[in-house]
Design a protein around this ligand. Structure first.
Ligand code: DC
Length: 223
């Protein structure tokens, strides 16, 4: 079984994906990591993230192992890392270079300990539209921008990061705009995705709503 969860930052995709991965024993691929890894590799090497050729060459060097290593860096999920990921992800050649690596995961889903899994769950922006257009279940998880900025701000506070709410909100709006307006694989729901607005839902309510859809879908398929 392949499940895709797309949508804007801090809409609740990661929490939902982790829950579903556990419940259905699926290997989890957070596809934002590939763009974060390329952005961070460029920042650390002093390269220009706006240069598509250099970004594509950097993407061509990325491996799963390297990505996992980079994910331990303090800037991997910081505002600097988020901004760099969003900029490099708008380059069509970068997306092309990283597509195969993402699609291979659905062919050979693997848990973090290397054990094979019977299916995969993806989270990102284009996993239902481009990466896995034939997924069994597709969801588009969204929430009002202020709600998402508040969630992300609270995450930063918990991690002891010094940022203002205004800064987080402005960064999120800039990122949403770039992700939704880029020419290649813009963030949008797949035609066959179920859209869930989590603005006034708890994580448990979101999980319950999505599980109902999956169970219903499985039943329909077996009939
Ligand atoms: O989900 P995230 O915040 O970790 O994603 C970081 C950036 O990567 C985001 O601004 C857009 C980009 N991204 C993408 O373009 N396509 C994906 N499938 C996942 C992320």
């Amino acid at each position: 079984m392949i499940i895709t969860i797309d949508g804007p930052a801090a809409a609740g995709k990661g929490t939902l994906a982790a829950f579903l991965a556990e419940k259905y024993r699926l290997a989890y691929f957070d596809t934002g990591m590939v763009y974060r890894a390329v952005g961070l590799m460029m920042v650390l090497a002093g390269l220009d993230i706006n240069d598509e050729e250099q970004a594509a060459a950097t993407a061509g060097q990325l491996t799963f192992v390297k990505m996992m290593e980079l994910s331990k860096h303090p800037d991997f999920r910081s505002p600097i890392g988020s901004q760099a990921a969003s900029v490099v992800s708008a380059h069509p050649k970068v997306r092309q270079a990283l597509l195969r690596m993402q699609q291979d995961f659905a062919r050979h889903p693997t848990f973090a300990d290397g054990q094979p899994a019977s299916g995969a769950i993806y989270d990102g922006r284009d996993t239902g539209t481009v990466v896995c257009p034939d997924a069994d279940f597709k969801f588009f998880i969204t929430a009002a921008p202020e709600v998402r900025a508040r969630r992300r701000y609270e995450e930063y506070l918990q991690k002891g990061k010094e940022v203002s709410f205004e800064e987080v909100f402005a960064d999120m709006q800039a990122r949403d705009k770039r992700d939704a307006e880029r020419a290649t694989a813009p963030m949008k729901p797949a035609a066959d995705a179920v859209i869930v607005d989590t603005s006034s839902m708890s994580a448990a309510e979101v999980a319950a709503a999505v599980c109902r859809q999956i169970e219903q879908g499985k039943q329909n398929k077996s009939e």
